[in-house]
Design a protein around this ligand. Structure first.
Ligand SMILES: Nc1ncnc2c1ncn2[C@@H]1O[C@H](COP(=O)(O)OP(=O)(O)OP(=O)(O)O)[C@@H](O)[C@H]1O
Ligand SMILES: [Mg+2]
Length: 362
């Protein structure tokens, strides 16, 4: 809820019903309610979905009848996209089955339009918002508890694997020195070395992910940070036939943990490189927007469907043969530790943009 009151989105194709809700909310606002209600009206399914996805609302009132489509369909789509504001379903009289289906689908409450009153509307909004807040807080707690448990398990396993892995890599290198570089045995051991290095990175990621992240901020020039990051990813980009491009428009100092932020940008750039077809460009765009410095990493890959956008941040979720699935969870952790925001945006043509927004004055 914003400082200026409750922002309500009404998705309703009937102008009279819009007028009714508007009048009732205006009455609530002018009848001593400590909160003011600001109503925005979406008269169609499509406009409703667009505004809901854009965000910025505290609660949504959703009509069942929406032209040729219906509110249940919209509710399903919104829940699938991870909508996290309460949606109150508005139906006609005697629609018990639909009301129950709406609750099963994820509606916070339902109200019959014939019985709408100032009090009932205000009460439903207030309760739905309070319930949603509690639900989100409980979910966040469960999530952090399960992450902590997973972190402890990971840390133990990773430590146990790390030492023998270092021994395998070191001893293999020693044996390699005594072999001709083009011998069959040497080629086999080169594969052992390559795979060991991959496992070492995996173990490193597991340890990184499992320990609490402490950031050490210092004043850093973000242009330099981006340039250094690009040089790390350059070789992998070339191997994949990808061009790397930078557009750097913000070069005043920002307080951040250089090593951590580099790591976050490397993970995003590597994902972009791995997702993009050869011959395309992965871009990093740096600019300032208000009190934030923005790093946009844009690729021309397959994109990420809305319903997958929560899943890709789960530890070990990967669709790659050699992926660990810790890249994005680590990015999220680093960005959170900087009090920043991590967003996924669709590009107008193809691919996605991962946006890291950091406060300039943390
Ligand atoms: N830019 C992107 N375009 C399309 N899909 C992406 C993109 N970035 C991430 N993904 C999807 O999210 C999944 C998880 O990404 P994440 O970086 O966490 O792990 P990974 O890249 O699979 O493995 P690694 O641990 O080596 O980074 C990827 O496997 C991929 O399916
Ligand atoms: Mg990755």
């Amino acid at each position: 809820m914003g400082e200026n009151g409750v922002r309500v989105l009404l998705i309703e194709d009937d102008e009279d019903d819009h007028f009714l809700v508007k009048t009732l909310l205006a009455e609530v606002s002018s009848n001593g309610s400590p909160k003011k209600y600001h109503l925005e009206w979406a008269p169609s399914y499509e406009q409703g979905m667009t505004l809901l996805s854009a965000g910025g609302y505290d609660v949504c009132l959703l009509d069942y009848r929406l032209g040729s489509r219906d509110g249940l369909e919209l509710l399903r789509e919104a829940v699938g996209r991870g909508c996290d504001i309460p949606i109150i379903f508005l139906t006609g009289q005697g629609s018990d089955e639909i009301d129950l289906e709406a609750l099963r689908t994820g509606a916070a409450d339902y109200m019959s339009k014939d019985q709408l009153s100032r009090q009932s509307l205000e009460r439903s909004i207030r309760y739905s918002m309070a319930n949603k807040q509690r639900e989100l807080a409980e979910r966040a707690l469960r999530h952090s508890e399960s992450l902590a448990a997973m972190g402890r398990a990971l840390s133990t396993v990773a430590h146990d694997i790390k030492t023998p892995l270092i021994a395998i890599g070191g001893l293999t290198q020693m044996v390699c020195r005594h072999l001709e570089s083009d011998s069959e045995d040497r080629k086999k051991l080169d594969i052992v070395l390559k795979e060991t290095a991959r496992l070492e990175k995996m173990v490193q990621d597991m340890l990184e992910f499992s320990k609490p992240l402490e950031v050490e901020k210092s004043l850093e020039n973000p242009c330099r940070l981006v340039k250094e990051t690009l040089s790390v990813v350059q070789k992998a980009a070339e191997d994949n036939g990808i061009l790397l491009e930078a557009n750097l428009r913000e070069c005043s100092g920002v307080a951040l943990d250089t090593a951590r932020m580099k790591q976050a940008l490397i993970n995003l750039l590597m994902n972009g490189v791995q997702a993009s077809p050869a011959g395309t460009t992965v871009r990093i765009n740096l600019h300032r927007q208000g009190r934030e410095v923005i790093f946009d990493v844009t690729d021309c890959g397959c994109g990420i469907p809305f319903e997958k956008r929560a899943e890709i941040f789960s530890p070990f979720f990967t669709t790659k043969k050699n992926g660990t699935g810790l890249g994005l969870p680590i990015v999220k952790k680093i960005v959170d530790a900087h009090n920043g925001r991590l967003e996924i945006r669709d590009n107008p043509d193809r691919g996605v943009t991962f946006r890291v927004a950091l406060p300039v004055f943390p």
